[in-house]
Design a protein around this ligand. Structure first.
Ligand code: NAG
Ligand code: NAG
Ligand code: NAG
Length: 499
C-alpha cells in the first residue's frame, strides 16, 4: 500500500513538473517570437530540396551510402556507410567504427567526423539511425529490452558483414588486427554505457560523449539527498546550536536542483502524447528550432533552419518512394512511411526513449543475443591467445571480476569525452565519480569550451576526428594519443582520468 501511494505521489510530481515545463517552454518560444514566425515560401522550398538531398536513397549524402539491415523480426534499420560495395575477394583490413546518435538527431549528426580522408580510406564507417529515428523503423515500445536487442543484433551483423575473418592463415593474422570502436553521443552514449557494461565484447573500445551514466547519476543524486537530510536533521535536532547547518543544506542541494531544472524537458516528455507532439511541433517546430539553434555553440551562422529541420525530421513521403542505388533496390521500412505521412509522428517516437524505460530497466537478453555475445567473446579470446595475449586484454579480463560487484560498471575500455558547458547534463550529477565505473585503460577528456553537441561544435568535432584517426593509426587509444590528438585542435582540453 505504501508503495502504491509513493508511486502515485511520484507520478503526480513528475506530471505537475512536466506540465510546468510544458507551459514554460511554450511561453519562452512565444516570447522569443519563434512560435509565430511562419516559414517563407522560399524556406519551404528549401526545406523540400534539403529533405531530398539528405534522404533520397538513390544518392549519396556527405559521400556516404544509404544502406539497410533487416533484423530477424523484420525491423528495418537504416545506416550510412563509406563502403559502396563489399568486394568478397578483397582482403578486409579495416577497423570498424559504429556511430550511435542522440536525441533529436540521427545518422547525419556524424557528418563532420566522417569526412576525415584517413578515416574514409582506412576504416569502415557505419552511422546508424536508432529505431524510431531518421530512416529506421519504429518500435511498438522503447523499453530497455526492446531497444538493446535490435541494437545488439545490428552491431553483431555489422561485425559479421564488415569484419570478416579469412580462412587463409596469413589473412587471419591480418584481419584479427582489426578493431571495433563504438562512438556514442547523448542517447547513443547512454546506450553505449549499457553495451560496455552488459555486452562488452561487442567493441574493443567505446568513445562516449555527453550523457549521464544512468546509475552514476542516480547514485550522485542519492549521495546529495542523504547528505542534505543528515544536515537538516542535525539542524532540527538543535536549531540554535546548529544554525550554521541550515544554509549548508541549500549549498548541498544546489547542483541537484539545477540538474532537475535542466532536465525539465524530460518531465514534459512524460505528458500525454498529444501534448508531447504539440510541444515539439507546435508553432512551426518552435521548440525543436530553438534546440537545433544551440547545436553549433557560439557559431550561430552555421544554423540554417530549413536544412537543420530537414536533417532532423528524416525522410518525407517523396523520399519514401526512392530506392537505393546498388544491388537489390531497397526502400525505407513501412513504419518510416507511416511517420512521414503524419509529419509530427517522428517527435513522438524520438521522445519515447524517455518514456518507456530504455535507460534504467533490465535488459532481458534473448537466447540469440547471449549466444552471439558468447561467440564474439570466445573469438576475441582465441585471437588474443594467438597474439601472445597483450597487456590490454589481461586488464580487461581482470575487470570482469569487478562486474560481480557492480553490474552497471563498464567492462570494456572507454574514452569519455565531456563538453563542460553542456546545456542539459551537469558535471556534478552526470560525470563526477565516473572513474569508479570505468574499466582499465579508460580515460576522461574534458573540453572546457564545448556544450552538449560535441560531434557538431567546431573545436570538439575536430578533436573527435583526430582522436578517431589516432585510434585507427594505433589500433587503440592511450592518454598520450588523446593529448597528441587535441594538441592542435583543443589546447586547453584536459585528460582528467587515466585508468
Ligand atoms: C591509410 O593507412 C595507411 C597505412 O597505415 C597509410 O599509409 C595511409 O596514409 C592511410 N591513408 C590516409 C588517407 O591517411
Ligand atoms: C593466403 O594469403 C596469402 C597472402 O595474402 C596468399 O599469398 C596465399 O595464396 C593465400 N592462401 C590461400 C590458401 O588462399
Ligand atoms: C531522387 O534522386 C534521383 C536521382 O538524383 C532523382 O532522379 C529523383 O527524382 C529523386 N527522387 C525524388 C522523389 O525526388
Amino acid at each position: 500500500m505504501a508503495n502504491i501511494i509513493s508511486f502515485l505521489i511520484w507520478q503526480a510530481t513528475v506530471y505537475s513538473y512536466g506540465l510546468f515545463n510544458f507551459f514554460l517552454y511554450l511561453g519562452l518560444v512565444v516570447r522569443s517570437g519563434t512560435f509565430f514566425s511562419k516559414p517563407t515560401e522560399q524556406e519551404q522550398n528549401e526545406f523540400l530540396l534539403a529533405r531530398d538531398k539528405y534522404w533520397n536513397l538513390s544518392r549519396t549524402v556527405f559521400d556516404l551510402h544509404h544502406r539497410f539491415l533487416v533484423l530477424r523480426n523484420g525491423l528495418k534499420l537504416h545506416y550510412l556507410t563509406n563502403i559502396a560495395t563489399l568486394d568478397p575477394s578483397a582482403p578486409q583490413s579495416k577497423h570498424l567504427v559504429i556511430f550511435l546518435h542522440g536525441f533529436p538527431d540521427n545518422c547525419l549528426s556524424w557528418r563532420y567526423v566522417t569526412d576525415s580522408p584517413s578515416l574514409r580510406q582506412n576504416t569502415t564507417l557505419v552511422a546508424v539511425d536508432l529505431p524510431g529515428y531518421g530512416g529506421s523503423d519504429s518500435l511498438p515500445r522503447y523499453g530497455a529490452t526492446e531497444v538493446m536487442e535490435p541494437l545488439t543484433e545490428f552491431i553483431v551483423a555489422m561485425r559479421e558483414k564488415y569484419l570478416r575473418v579469412d580462412d587463409n592463415d596469413s589473412g587471419q593474422e591480418e584481419s584479427q588486427v582489426n578493431k571495433v570502436l563504438i562512438v556514442g553521443h547523448d542517447w547513443g552514449c547512454l546506450l553505449g554505457y549499457r553495451l560496455a557494461a552488459e555486452a562488452p565484447s561487442l567493441a574493443d573500445r567505446f568513445i562516449l560523449t555527453n550523457c549521464p551514466h544512468p546509475q552514476l547519476a542516480l547514485s550522485n543524486k542519492d549521495r546529495i539527498l542523504t547528505a542534505s537530510k543528515k544536515m537538516m536533521m542535525t539542524f532540527l535536532h538543535a536549531p540554535l546550536a546548529n544554525y550554521h547547518c541550515f544554509p549548508k543544506v541549500f549549498d548541498e542541494m544546489k547542483p541537484l536542483a539545477y540538474q532537475v531544472l535542466l532536465f525539465g524537458y524530460i518531465a514534459a516528455f512524460q505528458l500525454p502524447k498529444v501534448m508531447v507532439k504539440y510541444l515539439g511541433c507546435g508553432g512551426n517546430y518552435a521548440f525543436i528550432r530553438e534546440a537545433l539553434k544551440s547545436k553549433h555553440g557560439k557559431d550561430k551562422t552555421a544554423f540554417n533552419p530549413p536544412h537543420s529541420l530537414a536533417m532532423t525530421m528524416g525522410p518525407g513521403q517523396a523520399e519514401c518512394r526512392t530506392t537505393t542505388d546498388h544491388g537489390k533496390p531497397e526502400q525505407y521500412g513501412e513504419s518510416v512511411f507511416g511517420r512521414a505521412k503524419d509529419s509530427d509522428e517522428w517527435f513522438v517516437s524520438a521522445t519515447a526513449y524517455y518514456r518507456d524505460g530504455a535507460a534504467f530497466d533490465k535488459w532481458e537478453k534473448s537466447i540469440h543475443t547471449v549466444a552471439a555475445l558468447h561467440n564474439i567473446a570466445v573469438d576475441n579470446e582465441a585471437c588474443m591467445k594467438n597474439r601472445h595475449s597483450r597487456k590490454r586484454r589481461q586488464s580487461s579480463a581482470s575487470s570482469t571480476l569487478f562486474s560481480d560487484i557492480c553490474a552497471s560498471s563498464l567492462k570494456a575500455p572507454a574514452t569519455i569525452i565531456w563538453g563542460q558547458r553542456d546545456q542539459a547534463c551537469t558535471q556534478p550529477i552526470c560525470l563526477n565519480g565516473i572513474g569508479d565505473y570505468l574499466a582499465r585503460d579508460s580515460q576522461v577528456l574534458l573540453l572546457p569550451n564545448t556544450g552538449h553537441w560535441t560531434p557538431i561544435e567546431k573545436a570538439s568535432r575536430e578533436s573527435l576526428k583526430r582522436i578517431l584517426e589516432k585510434f585507427v593509426q594505433n589500433g587503440d587509444l592511450q592518454k598520450e594519443d588523446l593529448q597528441e590528438a587535441v594538441r592542435m585542435t583543443y589546447p586547453n582540453a584536459i585528460v582528467s582520468i587515466d585508468k
